[in-house]
Design a protein around this ligand. Sequence first.
Ligand code: FAD
Length: 296
Amino acid sequence: MKPAAFTYHKAHDVADAIGLLSRLSADGEDPKLIAGGQSLIPMMSFRLARPTSLVDLGPLRRDPAATSIQLDGAGLRIGALATHRSVELATAQLGPDFDVLARSMRWVGHLPIRSRGTVAGSIVHGDATAEWCLLALLLDAVIVAEGPSGTREIAAEDMFQGFYATAIEPDEVVTEVLFTHRAPRSALTEFARRHGDFAVVDAAVSLGSPGPDGSLTGGRVVLGGVAPAPVRVPEAEQVLVGGTPGPELFAACADAAAQAIDPPEDAAGTAHYRRRLTRTMVKQALEQAWERGQTR
Ligand SMILES: Cc1cc2nc3c(=O)[nH]c(=O)nc-3n(C[C@H](O)[C@H](O)[C@H](O)COP(=O)(O)OP(=O)(O)OC[C@H]3O[C@@H](n4cnc5c(N)ncnc54)[C@H](O)[C@@H]3O)c2cc1C
């Protein structure tokens, strides 16, 4: 199917984009921003989204800040129009603290999608299994949004509010995503029916540093595909605190994650199947995260 009719507008900068969204809404239109178009256009083609006008952020790419990827004291800053692929290439060179981003990108669609789709677009779209949404929770992302009343910062834990529902208002533009939590021992893994599909279940984990006695200070467990939005699983994280890294601890953590969730039933799988996948994905991710730390 083709998208329903819409008008097309180019935004020349962020202020222009905000102005266009406000003006079009005031005129009775239902405008939507478009960045890479890799989620919005399919949604429009299936008539799951029917914006009456599109405001294209593409021209903002002329400003280097819009596509920049920079590591500083606060963390890793990613401009609104940086693509999955550009982050994959850049973060592979930036040392261990954020290289889980580079290692996770192979799970996002296929190369042409990664070359057009943006990090900010993925986070605003808010698919419950989107790798960027899980990584935002894992690495304490701060989403910077500009709107008619100024700039605000949204913590990842407040961002994902339900089924494709995020904290971004219709008249706001995300200008930057800042990842603040450094996680050299981390990994994301997933199960999808075909390579490039969205995951049925995905898991992103990190492990804290082992103390002098070898026990862990803690860790994080984030799951996708088990609830309307991606979730951290405190019950599983608690198991890691003070534990000795190894197969027994990782299996116990994975069991706790599988028991803590109440996954949905749909065409991709039953709740029982998703629980089993969760156990496998969490265990695999923990093993990978631990091995990653050992090789450094
Ligand atoms: C075949 C296929 C397979 C895919 N597989 C995966 C996958 O495995 N994992 C995965 O995570 N993704 C997958 N995707 C989606 C892809 O990652 C998209 O790139 C991403 O979800 C959205 O980024 P975008 O720049 O294309 O956003 P768009 O499609 O342009 O926009 C998506 C939404 O975000 C809003 N938006 C975009 N930018 C901004 C901004 N700066 N400020 C405010 N709102 C904004 C738009 O208004 C829209 O609501 C797949 C896509 C396809 C077509």
